[in-house]
Design a protein around this ligand. Structure first.
Ligand SMILES: Cc1cc2nc3c(=O)[nH]c(=O)nc-3n(C[C@H](O)[C@H](O)[C@H](O)COP(=O)(O)O)c2cc1C
Length: 218
């Protein structure tokens, strides 16, 4: 089994997606290559290599309720290589900053449709919320998630079906219950939810543009 694995994060090697990708592959009995989709000039090279692969594994973060633009570009390029991927297994992992899984459901429908249109063997879409801290957190705190992704990766590589219990555990909470919603509102009112992102906006000199709506009709 040879897996072509793709990291869909614009952050490339410094991403949560890469951490998740490594968890998926570390227990998988397979040969694999890891390809960063943010290196757009390499797409053709990656896609040509798909001829030699048995399966595709794509990990992507949710950006503004959708896939990052580089991933869209990659999928458009992928559609030119239909003959290289027909009938091959494909597994997608979608993860988001918001903890509730439901934010990623529209993208899940899109990905199911994509597999269908490209005649790929759709293995599944796994959704996980609350991923932003992944690359900074001590591994000890992430053991459970790591074990879940280890299981998904090794099942994928050995031709076993996707474990629905593991998939569901990662997807939850689909939505916060009332108690969690109140807790989150308090957290937000105290400024904790925005502080981290505001700091990043300031660091990138973009804080003044935080309410910009470049595509909105005037
Ligand atoms: C520009 C940008 C837009 C984002 N939009 C969303 C969003 O709409 N919903 C969400 O839940 N998380 C959103 N996030 C959070 C990312 O999904 C989250 O931080 C993820 O862990 C990033 O993964 P990466 O390090 O692999 O890129 C956004 C992050 C960035 C930087």
């Amino acid at each position: 089994m040879k897996i072509s694995a793709f990291n869909g994060s614009p952050r490339g090697n410094n991403s949560n997606s890469l951490v998740i990708l490594k968890w998926l592959l570390e227990k998988a009995e397979a040969e694999y290559s890891i390809n960063n989709i943010n290196l757009i000039d390499k797409h053709d090279e990656y896609l040509k290599e798909l001829d030699q692969s048995d399966a595709l594994l794509i990990v992507l973060p949710l950006y503004t309720d959708a896939m990052p633009a580089i991933v869209m570009k990659f999928f458009e390029n992928l559609s030119n290589y239909r003959t290289h991927i027909q009938g091959k297994q494909v597994l997608y992992i979608v993860h988001s900053g918001f903890p509730e899984g439901f934010h990623s459901l529209p993208l899940k429908s899109y990905l199911e449709n994509l597999s269908n249109k490209l005649n790929m063997a759709h293995y599944g879409v796994v959704i996980m919320g609350g991923s932003e801290g992944t690359r900074h957190m001590p591994p000890k705190m992430l053991r459970k998630k790591q074990a879940y992704f280890n299981k998904i990766g090794s099942d994928f590589a050995s031709g076993k079906p996707l474990d629905n219990e593991v998939k569901q555990a990662l997807f939850e909470p689909e939505r916060f219950n009332k108690f969690q919603q109140i807790g989150f509102s308090i957290f937000r009112a105290l400024g904790f939810t925005d502080a981290y992102w505001d700091k990043n906006l300031k660091k990138n000199d973009a804080y003044d543009q935080r309410f910009a709506t470049p595509y909105k009709d005037e």
